[in-house]
Design a protein around this ligand. Structure first.
Ligand SMILES: Nc1ncnc2c1ncn2[C@@H]1O[C@H](COP(=O)(O)OP(=O)(O)OP(=O)(O)O)[C@@H](O)[C@H]1O
Length: 306
């Protein structure tokens, strides 16, 4: 496969389950080393997309290429270069972490030493001889990721890998995914937890009821959505400053804390006014959150359906 070919490439892919169109006409291509999140409500089609990429199910329409090959055509070579962490992964609780990973290593024709090195890599070396039944949720997820990393996959598909993890464990997991992507592995993860993706993926694909409704970097999606920036001014003295028009939708959050909603095109003018006003003693700007973006694109979709 040529280096510049997309690792995962979908063109007009649909998948039906009887009357349910779980995935409808989805197209995207992910290059080597990309870190991408697939976000959407329950039933949006995220898991179905991953199963299609893994070749576990076939599309009803469209074309899918994984490392240049059709994953469902029995091209085992391409499938072996994919790592998968299913949602709610479970392992035999009576086995130790080391036994579990060595078992999966055998399935992938990998030496036991690779399994041991991966346990070290995901921070489970000290717990390797403990039974999985006694592992915390975070430890089980780490073991799941180690399992997905067996065979040095070119792409990792992770179905909701951070659900149920505490913030420190989640951060550790994203750090690990960042390192893998830095080394050239394409990482595609699905998530409901939009806020945690900020700064941790470079691209977000938003799904809604089987359709792709937005695809881009967070900055691109923010630009497309043209959502207002939230500004909070700390003020001395009484009343809303004269230069704050109704267009900024002023709203008092406290005796001297004023919140404004600033359209992107008015931001620089707003900053000039705020900087020149001696009554302003502090200023915070917050770009639209991922949840606001998500709501915006889903609203657009509802508008399109009507
Ligand atoms: N094997 C199946 N048989 C019938 N319908 C299915 C099957 N798998 C998925 N579906 C349906 O396809 C749609 C998409 O499901 P999918 O599991 O891909 O969504 P999801 O985005 O992963 O959701 P979640 O966040 O809940 O995991 C849903 O309406 C679901 O009920």
């Amino acid at each position: 496969m040529k280096a510049d070919l997309p690792v995962l490439d979908l063109e007009g892919v649909s998948r039906r389950y009887g009357a349910v169109e779980a995935v409808r006409d989805v197209s995207f291509a992910l290059p080597q080393g990309a870190r991408v999140a697939l976000v959407g409500h329950n039933g949006a089609g995220k898991t179905t997309l991953m199963k299609l990429m893994l070749g576990l199910i076939r599309p009803s329409a469209g074309r899918l290429r994984v490392l240049g090959e059709d994953p469902a055509a029995g091209a085992a070579a391409a499938r072996r270069r994919l790592g998968w962490l299913p949602e709610n992964v479970t392992f035999n609780p009576a086995l130790t972490g080391r036994e579990v990973l060595r078992f999966f290593a055998r399935l992938k024709d990998e030496p036991a030493s690779t399994a041991d090195a991966l346990l070290e890599r995901v921070g489970l070396a000290d717990a390797a001889r403990r039974r999985v039944g006694g592992y915390s949720k975070g430890m089980r997820q780490r073991l799941g990721i180690a399992q997905a990393m067996l065979g040095s996959p070119r792409a990792l598909l992770l179905d909701e890998p951070t659900t149920g993890l505490d913030p420190a464990v989640r951060q550790g997991l994203y750090d690990m995914l960042g390192e893998l992507a830095g080394g050239g592995t394409t990482v595609l993860l699905s998530s409901h937890a939009l806020e945690e993706l900020e700064g941790r993926v470079e691209r977000v694909i938003i799904m809604d009821r089987g359709r792709l409704v937005a695809d881009g970097t967070l900055a691109e999606l923010r630009r497309l959505a043209q959502l207002p920036v939230r500004a909070r001014l700390t003020l001395v003295g009484e009343g809303v400053p004269d230069w704050v028009g109704d267009g900024l939708a002023p709203r008092w959050l406290g005796a001297n804390l004023l919140e404004l909603s600033c359209p992107p095109e008015a931001k620089m003018e707003f900053l000039r006014h705020a900087a020149a006003d001696a009554r302003v003693t502090d200023l915070d700007l917050t770009p639209p959150t991922l949840d606001e973006l998500y709501a915006h694109f889903l609203r657009g979709r509802e508008g399109a359906v009507r």
